[in-house]
Design a protein around this ligand. Structure first.
Ligand SMILES: C[S@@+](CC[C@H](N)C(=O)[O-])C[C@H]1O[C@@H](n2cnc3c(N)ncnc32)[C@H](O)[C@@H]1O
Length: 438
């Protein structure tokens, strides 16, 4: 209620991006969305654009903090449900507006949306992959940086919800959120690699959720197509009710489309906060029939480090690199250790004001990256080259490398295109770093 009374021109919505930086209409007008909860009126209009009346519970502690299930069953392909506070829900409406507007046609209902979806679908198909269950393979050739798939978040849950709410009612709200999706099976049918938690939906979250910031707050998010395991320690301490199990028993077995892990993945994921989507892009050209893979863990680790990291996630990796012969694995490990060491040495040399040494070391790193297919590191290394040339006042080479760095980001979709504005931002950043160092 507090922000309803504030003068419109000075308003800043509670936890969201400052008004000046917001692209959505509500932000531009300086008007904050009013939080709605279960006390909103009985008519759909009162809780619009949510398609269901919010189902809310109070947190165990805290001055009347409420969490509710907010659903719009028409968002994206299968609806979206967000279990969060009314304030966060109000904040994220700006993001969802592009897709949840009650008068605007939804992208997936429009001809172009359907066509785009059809083309995307045509890029991959789901097959059985020996030793890994289901997997995703390219149905046609996919060029480097082309989008392989684009997925909407289906279920988002505030991280604090898990520990803040009483278990039984917590499960109720969670299951209400899932049931209100246009396609509840897309979430409830996701794999559960552990039966550790009492509730099946909790296991699904533990197995598949991405960490996503929403309205400034950490949330777990399920993107059913992309769905990647994400370890959540002690997040949900909730219990199952047998009636919920019965209700879902017939849909929990539905199979889903998901991407397996590889230690030299051919694809990468990118979060699109404006629409709460995840996009999967090709890190290199992918041939028809090749399995689409992403990395579940930090890229560039050695076999022992990867084994340890993946053990925590509950499986032994059988990707091409891990099952290559002992010699190939040892050679890869040696290169990875070298990349790691050289990156550190280059930074250290630069810090000690030895730019030519830093240049030599960075060039060596760049030379090792293709063999290990560590694509995300290209942008960072080209930026370092630009930084060194900038210090050496060789602006021609600085710009050349800055463009290479930005070009990688543009091809990954992080920026629309490389503009002089982006170059200026880099120069300003280098300038700031120099001032801070002095
Ligand atoms: C998010 S799911 C991926 C889809 C899964 N294959 C399925 O059929 O539902 C993650 C699970 O797939 C399997 N998996 C994924 N990548 C693997 C890999 N590189 N080696 C072995 N198993 C893998 C593991 O069982 C893992 O727990």
């Amino acid at each position: 209620q507090a922000h309803a009374a504030a003068p419109a021109q000075h308003q800043q919505c509670p936890s969201s991006t400052p008004v000046a930086l917001r692209q959505d209409a509500a932000g531009a007008e300086g008007a904050c969305r009013l939080p709605v909860d279960d006390e909103a009126g009985p008519l759909p209009l009162s809780w619009s654009p949510w398609t269901h009346r919010p189902d809310c519970i109070y947190a165990r502690s805290g001055a009347g903090t409420k969490y509710c299930a907010f659903s719009n069953s028409r968002h994206g392909a299968r609806g979206v449900s967000i279990v969060t506070t009314p304030e966060t829900a109000a904040d994220v409406l700006g993001m969802l507006d592009q897709h949840v507007g009650t008068t605007e046609p939804l992208p997936d209902n429009s001809t172009t949306g359907r066509e785009r979806e059809r083309q995307r679908q045509a890029a991959f198909r789901i097959v059985d992959v020996p030793g890994k269950g289901k997997g995703v393979v390219a149905a046609r050739r996919i060029a480097q940086h082309d989008e392989v798939m684009l997925d909407y978040a289906a279920l988002l849950v505030d991280m604090a919800f898990a520990t803040d709410v009483p278990a039984w009612t917590g499960y109720r709200v969670l299951h209400t959120a899932a049931a209100q999706l246009a396609d509840p099976a897309s979430v409830l049918g996701l794999g559960q690699s552990s039966g550790q938690a009492a509730d099946p939906l909790e296991n699904v979250l533990r197995t598949n959720a991405f960490h996503t910031i929403l309205g400034g707050q950490p949330h777990m998010a399920l993107y059913p197509l992309v769905s990647v395991r994400f370890r959540l320690w002690n997040v949900l301490a909730l219990v199952r009710t047998s009636s919920q199990l019965e209700r879902y028993a017939d849909i929990v077995s539905v199979s889903n489309q998901r991407i397996n892990h590889a230690c030299k993945p051919n694809s990468y994921t990118r979060f699109i906060p404006q629409s709460i989507q995840v996009s999967v892009g090709a890190a290199r050209d992918i041939e028809a029939g090749e399995e689409i893979t992403i990395s579940y863990i930090t890229l560039g680790q050695t076999s022992a480090e990867r084994h340890k990291a993946l053990q925590q996630w509950g499986f032994n990796c059988t990707c091409a690199l891990c099952t290559a012969g002992t010699e190939a694995v040892a050679a890869s490990d040696a290169r990875r250790r070298q990349v790691d060491a050289l990156r550190g040495q280059a930074v250290e040399a630069f810090r000690r004001r030895k730019p030519y040494e830093a240049l030599r070391l960075t060039r060596q790193v760049l030379g090792l990256l293709p063999a290990e297919e560590l694509f995300p590191l290209y942008s960072e290394q080209y930026e370092n080259m630009a930084r060194i040339y900038w210090v050496l006042q060789d602006m021609e080479r600085a710009e050349e490398n800055a463009r290479l760095s930005l070009d990688v980001l543009a091809r990954q979709g992080y920026i629309d295109s490389v503009t002089p504005g982006h170059l200026d931002m880099l120069w300003r950043q280098f300038e700031r770093e120099r001032t801070e160092e002095q």
